[in-house]
Design a binder for this molecule. Sequence first.
Ligand SMILES: NC(=O)c1ccc[n+]([C@@H]2O[C@H](COP(=O)([O-])OP(=O)(O)OC[C@H]3O[C@@H](n4cnc5c(N)ncnc54)[C@H](OP(=O)(O)O)[C@@H]3O)[C@@H](O)[C@H]2O)c1
Length: 185
Amino acid sequence: MNRAYRIEGYAIISSDGFIADTQGRFPDVLRNDADQRFFKSAVDRAAAVARGRITHEQEPNAGKRRLVLTRRVSGLAPDSRDPQALFWNPAGAPFEAARLALGLRQGALAVLGGTDVYAVFLAIGYDAFHLTVSHRVRLGAGRPLFPGMDKERTAAGLLKAHGLRPGPVRLLDPAAGVTLVTWTR
Ligand SMILES: NC(=O)c1ccc[n+]([C@@H]2O[C@H](COP(=O)([O-])OP(=O)(O)OC[C@H]3O[C@@H](n4cnc5c(N)ncnc54)[C@H](OP(=O)(O)O)[C@@H]3O)[C@@H](O)[C@H]2O)c1
């Protein structure tokens, strides 16, 4: 995409495509040290992150600019409890306004989910999506990577349908059966 900044998604999914269990909790079986190292170093390099209001409240901010999606504001609003965070309701303000208010001009915006947040940026357009799959973990039900996924509408199918192509498979943790594929345009 012809822009000075990049939009890059990051997620770890179970073999059946879930990022969290049916209660919206991140299950321990999906946590993987190699993925965590990859994820943390990517987030450290990013210019800013985008995430949903629930994980924003759960995970303290390490001083990085944060775009926080929420329907609790009409468009854009500061977070009085976190000077680095900007609340954004995509139904009330375009992404371009949010990006400029956040001060994102160069570098990467790391999109950290959850499900509906990944979907908002699927429509805007990812430059890259770093998808970790834990092949030995099957959740059976839960929060999918993208809304509306099923046997026909898979994560890979949706990424392809939005113009992304898979790169080589990287074995992040051979013993645990965890792979990483970066999808790009
Ligand atoms: N496996 C992974 O890679 C991964 C990645 C991310 C998260 N997770 C896990 O998934 C679970 C959290 O997911 P979650 O969906 O509950 O939390 P979340 O994405 O952090 O927050 C959801 C909230 O974001 C806001 N939001 C989402 N889409 C929006 C939209 N289109 N417009 C406006 N606001 C929007 C809403 O906030 P309001 O309620 O304020 O309106 C919504 O309640 C956690 O267990 C987390 O650990 C896993």
